[in-house]
Design a protein around this ligand. Structure first.
Ligand code: BES
Ligand code: MN
Ligand code: ZN
Length: 492
């Protein structure tokens, strides 16, 4: 499991600066004034730091940007990294600044002189999140974990306490990224369920339901997806009951297709390898649950994931097959590649029947069409409840995770009409993401606030973002953790 870089906090001891190894981060404001630590560094460097911060090069730097001064004279450190940051940065700026440090810090240790800045915990979160690297399958030991980070601050204990909740977020995000990056021969449904069961060490109550139990429950929709695979289908329920005893929980439901070949409606070969990330929704649910447990959130939240593999075989579901969902509605499977909604239908229904949740959010890499609509910058959000949706979008905005509301409507729903069953599993090419959402809404009970988040475009991307390297991003862990903190947590 990938862990965030070890990060410690301590007070300034200017007499040790000459001996600090690795890299030293120095924070300077737009007024180019050096604080006491930076002044000592400057003295040891015989004025080279001051020379730089009074140069045009520094004047042209934006808030949150970094420049490296290599092989600094008078220091043992291999480099001084100058970071430009205002005295009271916004949380987003502080995180981006931390990420900028992480990007260029190299493998060695890093000491950051934070010069009285506020939001040190956000700076540290940025360092942690952007420092992620998925090295499980690299044989080069150089690919190993990064060196420790030491933050020099005026109030070490307060900074450490403020960072605790952020570290919980970072660990949740790392868990999600590890799961989403894992290849499908490694992360089978069984391995995935085992990894989730292991979360019980953090105080989560985890229950793994096997195929026989799912059959007894009548989950014909979910089970038809995994039918062609040698890996057994499973539903895993993770409970965190940190809130008031009788408060209805928030339910988080995730699509966990460990590999999506398309089934008999086989996908084209080019790019099919990307479908290892088709369990991204389940990965986010798992990451959020881990974060909530690590920071002992005072809220009731249940996470449910449907784990299946969509493979073609002599036993696979055929186009034209009719299956019966746990709800009782029958579904004509026109396209076996529209499998995510078949999985979610049963897990959504089970979640509502079992937990009578206050609200339901599902996350899924559900449609290619959402990527055509929104690209890789925004997840698509669908909801039957304006207030609930506004809370969710606000949480996403606070965390700088792109989210954009999409419409629902009965005219879209009409596209799912089947001649022989209660519905078809696809609505045709137009509005493909919306008809997918309409399909899901058929499995949401009247009066239950619900949001569906299509994360196909944001779960894993080929270029790095501000806070994530290329590959799995962990999009949504911070948004949902924030939503829980803002709306569902018991306050004193
Ligand atoms: N897992 C895919 C959606 C997807 C596409 C996720 C690209 C990430 C990147 C989903 O199961 C799927 O195959 N959807 C089909 C639906 C269609 C058959 C109605 C699609 O989007 O083409
Ligand atoms: Mn598919
Ligand atoms: Zn899929």
């Amino acid at each position: 499991m990938t862990q965030p870089a070890a990060l410690t906090f301590g007070a300034l001891d200017i007499d040790t600066l000459a001996e600090v190894t690795g890299r030293i981060g120095v924070i300077v404001d737009e007024d180019a004034k050096l604080d006491i630590g930076a002044r000592r560094i400057n003295k040891l460097m015989r004025g080279a730091l001051k020379g730089f911060v009074e140069s045009d090069a520094f004047a042209k730097m934006n808030a949150g940007e970094v420049r490296v001064l290599h092989a600094p004279l008078g220091l043992i450190a291999e480099a001084v990294i100058v970071l430009r940051l205002p005295k009271r940065p916004e949380s987003g700026t502080a995180r981006k600044a931390g990420a900028a440090l992480a990007k260029i810090r190299g493998k060695g240790a890093m000491t950051v002189l934070t010069a009285g800045r506020t939001r040190i915990e956000d700076l540290a979160l940025g360092i942690a999140l952007r420092g992620y690297a998925f090295t499980d399958h690299k044989s080069d030991p150089e690919a190993g974990p990064e060196g420790a980070v030491h933050m020099v601050v005026s109030a070490p204990e307060a900074a450490e306490a403020a960072y605790a909740d952020k570290l919980a977020q970072a660990e949740g995000v790392f868990f999600t990224r590890d799961l989403v990056n894992a290849p499908a021969n490694v992360l089978t449904t069984t391995k995935f369920a085992d990894d989730l069961a292991a979360l019980s060490v953090h105080g989560l109550d985890v229950d793994v339901m096997e195929e026989a139990e799912l059959e007894d429950l009548g989950m014909g929709s979910l089970l038809c997806v995994g039918q062609g695979s040698d890996s057994p289908s499973k539903v895993v329920v993770m409970k965190w009951m940190g809130g008031e005893k009788d408060t209805a929980p928030l339910a988080l439901v995730g699509k966990g297709v460990v590999f999506d070949t398309g089934g008999i409606s086989l996908k084209p070969a080019a790019g099919m390898e990307d479908m290892t990330m088709d369990m991204g929704g389940a990965g986010v649910v798992a990451g959020v649950m881990k974060t909530l447990a690590l920071r002992k959130a005072r809220a009731n939240v249940v996470g449910l994931v449907g784990l299946v593999e969509n493979m073609p075989s002599g036993n696979a579901t055929r186009p034209g097959d009719v299956v019966t969902s746990m709800k009782g509605d029958t579904i004509e499977v026109i396209n076996t590649d529209a499998e995510g909604r078949l999985v979610l239908a049963d897990v959504l229904w089970y979640a509502q029947e079992t937990f009578k949740p206050a609200a339901v959010i599902d996350l899924a890499t559900l449609t290619g069409a959402i990527i055509i609509g929104l690209g890789h910058d925004n997840a698509g959000v669908f909801s039957n409840d304006d207030r609930f949706c506004a809370d969710l979008l606000k949480a996403a905005a606070s965390e700088n995770e792109g989210a954009w509301r999409m419409p629902l409507g009965s005219s879209y729903d009409a596209l799912l009409k089947s001649r022989i069953a209660d519905m078809k599993n696809i609505g045709g090419r137009p509005a493909g993401s919306i008809t997918a959402a309409q399909f899901l809404q058929r499995f949401i009970k009247e009066g239950t606030p619900w949001a569906h988040i299509d994360i196909a475009g944001v779960a894993s991307i080929s270029k790095g973002t501000d806070l994530s390297p290329a590959g799995a991003t962990g999009w949504g862990v911070r948004t949902l953790d924030r939503l829980v903190a803002d709306v569902y947590e018991t306050k004193d």
